[in-house]
Design a protein around this ligand. Sequence first.
Ligand SMILES: Nc1ncnc2c1ncn2[C@@H]1O[C@H](COP(=O)(O)OP(=O)(O)OP(=O)(O)O)[C@@H](O)[C@H]1O
Length: 233
Amino acid sequence: MMAIIPARPLPLVSLQQAGKCYGKGAGKVQALQEVTAGIWPGEFIALCGPSGSGKSTLLNLVGGIDYPTSGEVWLMGRNLRLLSDRETARLRAQSVGFVFQFFNLLPVLSVYDNIYYPLMLNGYSRKLADEQVMAMIERVGLINHYRRPPGELSGGQQQRVAIARALVKRPALVVADEPTGNLDMRTGEEIIELLLEMNAQSDTTLVISTHSPQLRASARRILEIEDGKLKDD
Ligand SMILES: Nc1ncnc2c1ncn2[C@@H]1O[C@H](COP(=O)(O)OP(=O)(O)OP(=O)(O)O)[C@@H](O)[C@H]1O
């Protein structure tokens, strides 16, 4: 009798000898060298390494914000090299949420509208999106603040808005670049708790670059990077 081997799910992201070089001639920087790795549904990955080792560069490739200068990146089963900028932007809008160290919120919009924004880009009317936006606001603990502009909130609260914005469209993948880097230790710990909770409660895969020992300790998988090379997985 033939054994039935359960199919392994496809990776959300597959990097195949992906490299990234900035600049030309004497100013050339090889920020990433032949990185091969897969990121699978449901994972919580900490990307660790010293300053300048290539963490942000790698995250930008993983999230489809940037392209490799050598090798291939496949996002949601699509080879980014074969997609137009517009197609990549659409794929990103549907499938990837981003969280940044300095929050990158839109200061002229309210907390509510910052969180609604990615749904708007995906064609949702305010009416259709309202329940989803309000549920997210509640989950990140900002129910008393959603009418305010983000500039009036503390750093930790602003990062909660950014996490809600990244997760509201229920993306397959969330990429976070040092999400606790601009927060004090206690607030950073709360944000890590929130990210862990979000990962546990949904199928969202999280890839987080960090210098935080707590985040490193909480991750189920650690990618170590040094001088643009993946050292350990
Ligand atoms: N846009 C750019 N143009 C030129 N060089 C760049 C650019 N972005 C990054 N680099 C260089 O690429 C290398 C890797 O940078 P990267 O920002 O990916 O490191 P990192 O590990 O995220 O650092 P940090 O922990 O300090 O944020 C560094 O040498 C950096 O100077």
